[in-house]
Write a protein that binds this ligand. Structure first.
Ligand code: HSE
Length: 429
């Protein structure tokens, strides 16, 4: 049987999972692919720490570039992360005609145009299945199984850490910080959890999905990205009373001439399939003109689920190296649809205003909303939850334009009846 050598750059948590897979499951992979994967090198700045998996000391190196230049190594797996040295490694390997497997969502989101062009110019292959959804094959599905579809929309829970935190906050009534600490201890969060919590990990993944589904480039500073830090336990409880769960969603939708991409916490009806995605699980709902609706669900983070997808990509790379197949990647065309301005989206809103409990207060709030064309669906006053002389009032609106809501909330918060800034969350049906 033929074999091919793999070089791994980045011996962290997922890297150790990949090494374990290549060590213990090489026979299974070889029997299914017809080519045996062998580990030809592991590059990391730290080659001393025990990762809990036995490796031949001869293949450990601190020189990632030397490993790329080794003519024996056909496939480079980049699991360093970030956009610094990882980018140099990926570009150098592609230029050297190697197949590259990466799970690096920041790199693809921020430098996707350059990398995809480089792949097409060099005729090398780039596989990035593990960059979105951990163990879920959403990238593969968009590139292959769903390739005929025009996508009406994709909605995803794409960050295991945030979903874990939200689930624990809801079910165990934990404060945010305690739930975050649990997520870190469970190994879901990034080394710096800010990227998870402020929504940017999800935004990077959404940008990769948008590139594949709509052929567009999504600069991070052009879209709405709101994370879950600061989400109050009381809003999770009030949303639950109203029949909703709060989830951090990536929402992609195509309109007449624009594409909408936004990332924010949203109220999702409890009976919606996305509402039942709990813990570190991820899911992506896809609506395509041929497909109809479909949902992919699975472990969105963690060592082995992510390593599973990386190893799947390695399998593809082995086959393609053997057959000499080049996989062209889509680069944005001049007629790619522009991104929709968040101010123009129309959705329903949950507003928690903190107002004086006295006659006329609600009519002032509803007047401001009415003057902005915002129609109220329901109002719930939490009288027992007084904060000083102010009381929380939860308002659910009918569909309203974001720009109108923003302006109305500003005016409400400037009024002398308000004790704290209004909490505004979007509702996804
Ligand atoms: N930190 C990510 C998450 C996993 O929690 O989903 C890798 O993307």
């Amino acid at each position: 049987m033929k074999s091919a050598k793999i070089g791994l750059a980045g011996f962290g948590t997922v890297g150790a999972g990949v090494v374990e897979g290549l060590t213990t499951h090489a026979d299974i992979m070889a029997s299914r692919i017809g080519i045996r994967p062998t580990l030809g090198g592991i590059a990391d700045l730290d080659i001393e720490t025990d990762r809990g998996i036995a490796v031949d000391a001869d293949i450990l190196t601190t020189d990632a570039f030397g490993m790329i230049d080794d003519p024996e190594i056909a496939i480079i797996v980049e699991l360093i992360g970030g956009t610094g040295i990882a980018k140099e490694i990926v570009c150098r390997a592609l230029r050297a005609g190697k197949a590259v497997v990466t799970a690096n969502k920041a790199l693809l989101a921020e430098h996707g145009d350059e990398l995809f062009s480089l792949v097409n110019e060099t005729g090398s292959n780039l596989y990035f299945g593990a960059s979105v959804g951990g163990g879920i094959p959403i990238i593969r599905a968009l590139q292959e199984s769903f390739v005929v579809n025009q996508f009406r929309g994709l909605r995803g829970i794409l960050n295991g850490t945030c979903n874990y935190i939200l689930t624990r906050m809801e079910t165990e009534h934990l404060p945010f910080d305690e739930a975050l600490q649990e997520a870190q201890e469970a190994g879901f969060a990034e080394a710096d959890p800010t990227l998870d919590i402020n929504g940017f990990d999800t935004a990077h993944k959404a940008a990769i999905l948008a590139r594949l589904a709509y052929g567009i480039s999504v600069p991070m500073d052009t879209i709405c990205v709101e994370g879950i830090r600061g989400l109050a336990a009381e809003d999770i409880a009030y949303a639950s009373d109203l029949g909703y769960r709060i989830k951090l969603l990536a929402i992609l939708a195509s309109h007449d001439k624009t594409v909408e991409v936004r990332i924010h916490p949203a109220l999702v009806p409890k009976q919606h399939m996305l509402a039942s995605v709990n813990g570190a699980f991820n899911a992506v709902m896809v609506e395509g003109d041929f497909l109809g609706s479909g949902m992919l669900y699975g472990q969105g983070a963690g060592q082995k689920p992510t390593a599973s997808t990386v190893l799947g990509d390695i399998g593809d790379a082995l086959r393609d190296c053997s057959s000499g197949m080049h996989r062209t990647l889509p680069t944005p065309s001049d007629d790619a649809p522009p991104l929709c301005d968040i101010e123009n989206i129309v959705t329903r809103y949950y507003l928690r205003v903190n107002v004086l409990d006295k006659p006329g207060t609600l009519s002032r709030v509803s007047s401001i909303l009415g003057e902005h064309g915002i129609s109220i669906d329901s109002v719930m006053q939490k009288t027992e939850e007084h904060q000083g002389e102010h009381v929380p009032v939860v308002i659910v609106t009918h569909g309203a334009q974001e720009g109108n809501i923003t302006h109305a909330v500003r005016l409400i918060d400037e009024a002398d009846i308000v004790g704290a800034p209004t909490v505004r969350l979007r509702i996804e049906q």
